[in-house]
Write a protein that binds this ligand. Structure first.
Ligand SMILES: Nc1nc2c(ncn2[C@@H]2O[C@H](COP(=O)(O)OP(=O)(O)O)[C@@H](O)[C@H]2O)c(=O)[nH]1
Ligand SMILES: Nc1ncnc2c1ncn2[C@@H]1O[C@H](COP(=O)(O)OP(=O)(O)O)[C@@H](O)[C@H]1O
Length: 192
């Protein structure tokens, strides 16, 4: 049995990663989503084990200590990390898995899985990005400003990715990512 594809989706806060992932999972029910651990407080409507595994700082540091994370990063004052076993078991079982993670973590994953498929989601413009974060209504102004300043740094690292997808419309962005996954499955992988 061949291994599944490891797909990494990154992009600045508010670009629509969560929205696009939710829609993609409806369209591709066989695609497995990696639930991350985080020390961030849950937002209204977020559920433990569904959106994130919500952890205390001590619990998160314990996961690092016990080598339970494939990668982790600090982002705007909180830790975020990918549980290792779930990713490795899913891939070994021949299933595709998508990791929705920020750029520092994505670069660490690339070192370990250079064969992964790295997709960067872009906003149509920075003004639109700011409008989307504000429109979501989950962050205070200071956090929005901090996230917007990180956005410029993140977009600057886009060249490390394989694909850039503009999230102008959710339907189009999903179609583009689906096409990428289909094409990657058709790729002839050379061992050299
Ligand atoms: N490195 C890393 N980043 C993660 C992980 N999980 C989520 N993130 C990223 O952390 C950032 C902040 O996530 P979140 O607080 O949910 O905010 P959002 O991007 O505005 O939805 C986003 O770029 C996420 O993609 C993870 O396991 N590892
Ligand atoms: N293509 C789009 N056009 C307009 N609004 C969008 C689009 N994609 C996402 N949104 C909205 O933008 C906001 C941020 O989306 P979200 O998925 O939470 O972003 P992220 O996970 O990247 O932080 C949400 O209110 C969402 O409904």
């Amino acid at each position: 049995m061949s291994k599944g594809l490891l797909i990494v989706l990154s992009g600045p806060s508010g670009v629509g990663k969560g929205t696009v992932c939710t829609e993609l999972r409806k369209r591709m029910p066989e695609l497995v989503y990696s639930v991350s651990a985080t020390t961030r407080q849950p937002r209204l409507g977020e559920e433990n084990g569904i959106n994130y595994f919500f952890k205390s700082r001590e619990q998160f540091l314990g996961m690092i200590e016990n080598d339970q994370l494939l990668e982790y990063a600090e982002y705007v004052g909180n830790y975020y990390g990918t549980p290792r076993d779930f990713v490795e078991e899913t891939l070994a079982g021949g299933k595709d898995i998508i990791l929705e993670i920020e750029v520092q973590g994505a670069l660490k994953v690339k070192e370990k899985f250079p064969e992964g498929v790295f997709v960067f989601l872009l906003p149509p413009s920075l003004d639109e990005l700011k409008g989307r974060i504000q429109g979501r209504g989950t962050e205070n102004q200071a956090t929005i400003d901090h996230r917007m300043s990180v956005a410029a740094y993140e977009i600057g690292l886009m060249e490390n990715y394989d694909y850039a997808v503009v999230n102008d419309e959710i339907d189009l962005a999903c179609q583009r990512i689906q096409s990428i996954i289909i094409a990657e499955h058709c790729k002839i992988r050379k061992s050299c």
